[in-house]
Write a protein that binds this ligand. Structure first.
Ligand SMILES: C[S@@+](CC[C@H](N)C(=O)[O-])C[C@H]1O[C@@H](n2cnc3c(N)ncnc32)[C@H](O)[C@@H]1O
Length: 292
C-alpha cells in the first residue's frame, strides 16, 4: 500500500515537472524557432542578421553557399546582374565560386554587405560592400584616402577659398574637411552610410569647420552636384564609369574632377594630369585629374 502511494506521488510530481517544462517552452521559444535571430549584446535586444550579396558585374554569377561547419550539400545559386541575394545568417557562411578555372572559397560574416565585382584583371571576385540597400548603388566600401594623398589631390586641382568641393562617397569627411581647413573652401560630402555621416559631422566640429561643410546622407548618384567646382572620388572604376554620364549632364564646363587610384573609363581625352606618390606605410597611390 505504502509503495503504491509513493508511486502515485512520483507520477504526479513527474507530471507537474512535465507541465511546467511545456509552459516554459511555450513562453520561451525553442532554439529552432529563433533561427535567423542573433542576440545583439550591445543593444540588448534581438536583431535580425543577414548577409547581402550584390552582383555589380554585367554577367550572371554562379556560386554556392553553406553555413560554416555544416556537412550539408551547398546550395548552388545564380545571381543576375544588378540583383541582391539576402541570406539569413546566424553564423559565418562560406561562399564558393570559380575563379581562374578553379574553385575559391571565402568566409562571409553576418551583418555585412558583399558584392561580386570584376578585379583588376577582369575576373569576377567577391568584395566587401558598403550597404545592402536595394534602392541605392554600392559605389565602394569605406577605405579612407591617406592624408598625403588628399593633399596631392588638392595640389593638382589648384584649390583655393573660392572652390566648392563635392566628395562622392565621403567616408569620414576627411576630403572636404581638409579643403575647408587648408583653403577655407566650402564643401559637401555625400555618403550612404549613416555611421560615416555621423562621423563626418563630428570630425568637422572637432576641426572647427562645420560652417564651411555639409554632409548629406544620400545615394550620391541621385544628389545634385551642379554647384561643384571640384569633384573628388575614391571609388571603383565601374562606379566612376556609372557616374560619368552624371558628370557630363550636371557639371559646369571647366569643373575639375580628381580621382584617387581609379580612372574614369571613357574620359581618357579629358585627363589633364596625374601623379603617383607613396604614403607613410609605403603603399603607392595615383591621383588622376580631369577637366570637364
Ligand atoms: C573608398 S570610400 C572613400 C571615402 C572618402 N571619399 C575618402 O577618400 O577618404 C567610399 C565611400 O563611398 C560610400 N558609398 C558607397 N556607395 C555609395 C552611394 N551610393 N552613395 C553615397 N556614398 C556611397 C561608402 O559608404 C564609402 O564611405
Amino acid at each position: 500500500m505504502k509503495n503504491r502511494r509513493l508511486g502515485i506521488l512520483i507520477a504526479v510530481a513527474l507530471m507537474l515537472v512535465g507541465a511546467s517544462a511545456f509552459l516554459l517552452l511555450r513562453t520561451h521559444p525553442q532554439q529552432d524557432e529563433m533561427a535567423g535571430i542573433v542576440f545583439d549584446a550591445q543593444k540588448g535586444f534581438p536583431s535580425p542578421k543577414e548577409i547581402t550579396i550584390r552582383n555589380i558585374t554585367k554577367e550572371e554569377v554562379t556560386y554556392a553557399l553553406l553555413a560554416s561547419g555544416s556537412k550539408a550539400k551547398p546550395e548552388v545559386k545564380k545571381l543576375a546582374p544588378g540583383a541582391i541575394d539576402r541570406v539569413r545568417a546566424v553564423d559565418t557562411m562560406i561562399v564558393t565560386y570559380e575563379k581562374y578555372g578553379r574553385e575559391v572559397s571565402y568566409s562571409l560574416y553576418p551583418g555585412k554587405p558583399y558584392s561580386f565585382r570584376f578585379d583588376s584583371s577582369g575576373k569576377i571576385d567577391i568584395w566587401q560592400g558598403s550597404h545592402g540597400r536595394e534602392d541605392a548603388e554600392d559605389l565602394a566600401p569605406f577605405v579612407p584616402t591617406p592624408p598625403e594623398v588628399v593633399a596631392k589631390m588638392f595640389e593638382l586641382a589648384k584649390a583655393d577659398k573660392d572652390s566648392v568641393i563635392y566628395d562622392i562617397g565621403c567616408g569620414d569627411g576627411r576630403i572636404v574637411i581638409y579643403a575647408a581647413k587648408t583653403f577655407g573652401a566650402r564643401g559637401v560630402g555625400i555618403d550612404i552610410d549613416p555611421e560615416r555621416i555621423k562621423e563626418s559631422k563630428e570630425n568637422a566640429k572637432k576641426e572647427g569647420v562645420e560652417k564651411l561643410v555639409k554632409f548629406l546622407l544620400e545615394d550620391a548618384t541621385k544628389t545634385d552636384i551642379s554647384a561643384a567646382t571640384i569633384v573628388t572620388t575614391y571609388l571603383l572604376p565601374e562606379s566612376n564609369e556609372l557616374l560619368r554620364p552624371k558628370f557630363e549632364r550636371e557639371l559646369k564646363p571647366g569643373t575639375i574632377i580628381v580621382t584617387h587610384n581609379y580612372i574614369i573609363p571613357g574620359w581618357e581625352g579629358k585627363e589633364i594630369d596625374s601623379a603617383t606618390l607613396t604614403d607613410a606605410s609605403g603603399t603607392e597611390h595615383t591621383v588622376f585629374l580631369y577637366k570637364k
